[in-house]
Design a protein around this ligand. Sequence first.
Ligand code: UTP
Length: 408
Amino acid sequence: MNYQEIYDKCVKWKQTHLLAYYDELDDTAKQALLAQIEETDFSVLNSIGNKETAAHKEKITPLAAMELSEIEECAERFMQIGVDALRQGKVGAVLLAGGMGTRLGSDAPKGVYDIGLTRPVYIFQRLIENLMDVVKLVGTWIPLYVMTSDKNHEATVSFLKEHAYFGYDADSIFFFKQEMAPASDYEGKIFLEKKNKLSTSPNGNGGWFVSLDRAGLLDYIHTHGVAYLNVFAVDNVLQRIADPKFIGAVIEKDVAVGAKVVRKNAPDEKVGVMCLADGKPSIVEYYELTDELMNTKDANGNPAYNFGVILNYLFRVADLERMMSKKLPLHIVEKKIPYIDADGREVRPEQPNGYKYEQLVLDMIHELGTCLPYEVVRSYEFAPIKNATGVDSVESARLLCKQNGIEL
Ligand code: UTP
C-alpha cells in the first residue's frame, strides 16, 4: 500500500492521528509505520461497541466437578493411565508466558521474577521444578512449549538459557511467539508507542494453539504422537504440571478437555466458574455471576457454582484441531498502556487508560463440547501471582510455598 492508501485506511477507521508525526520521520521510520498500519487489523476496535452486550446470553446450568473424594477412590487407576500416557510421550506441556503481567508492575517477563527470600527462586524455576517432579517419576522428558510475545521473547529465551533451563533438557523446550493486537484509548483511538510505531500488546492467551501451529510445532506434535497438551499459566507457582492423575482422569472419561478447578473460598470470589451454557461446558466470569446463580444449591445443598478455574487445562489435540478455524470472541480488557502524548512525550500511566483486545483460553472450552472439571486442593495447587502485594500476590504465594515446605 502507498501513503494514500494507508491514509484512506486510517480515515475509514478514524485513526489519522497515527500519521501525526509522519513528516518528521526519516525514510526507514516512515516505511516501518506504513507497514505496521497496513498489517494491523483495525476491526478489533469494533468490539468496543459490543462491550455491554458481551455477557452470557445462554441459559446457565451447573456442571458437576469430579471432586476430591472420587479422585481419591480412583487414584491408583488414574495414576497408572497417566504415567503410561506420559511414558509413551503422549503428553506435552504448554506454558502461557506471553502476558505482560502489568499488575505485577515489572517490565521483565513475569517468569523471571524472583520470589526468593534467602536465595533466588524465579517463577520459571518453580514451574520447571514442579514439572521435573513428574519427569523424575516417569523417567522421560516431557516436551515443554513456551509461548512468548514480541514484547518478552528475547528476554525469556535468554533468561532460561542463562540459567541452563533450571536443569530441564534444552532439546525438550520449544519457544513460540503469539500474535499481537493494537491497544487503544477508551474511544478506540489506537495509541502510538513511538512516533513511528503503534502501541500493540499480546492478543490474549486464547490464540495459543493457532500460534503453536504457525510456529510449525503442530507438525512436531504429530510426528511425535503427542495427543494431549497441558496448558498452564506462568503465574501459579504451586500448580502441578503434567499431573499423571489428572491426565488419567481425562483419558478415562474420554473428554475433549479437563479443567483443574478449586472450591471457591467465598460465593463472590473473583474466579471464573465452570458451568453449562445452553448445555455446553463453559466458564462464567465472576462479574457475570448473578446473585441468583451465586445462591443456587445442588441436590446436596452445596453451592451449585462452586468450582473456579485456575488456568490449568488438559486439551486433547484432535479436538483442538477440529475447532481451529472457529473465531474466538474478543474481550476488551482495561489496562495501563504506555503511549506518547500530543507533544511526543512518553507517558507511563499509573492507572488504566485504555483497552487491550484479547482472546481467552477459557472460550475454547465452550467450543469443545465435553469438559471434565477436576478438583484440586487449593492450598496445595493454587498460588497465583498477579499483584506485588495483597490478594494473589508475591506475598500470598510466598506464604503458600512455605506451607507446602518449599524453601524460598
Ligand atoms: P493474565 O490474565 O494474568 O494477564 O494472564 P497478564 O497480561 O499476564 O497480566 P496483567 O493482567 O497485565 O497483570 C494469565 C496467563 O495468560 C498468559 C499470561 O502470561 C499468564 O500465564 N497470557 C496472557 C499470555 O500468554 N498471553 C496474553 O496475551 C495474555
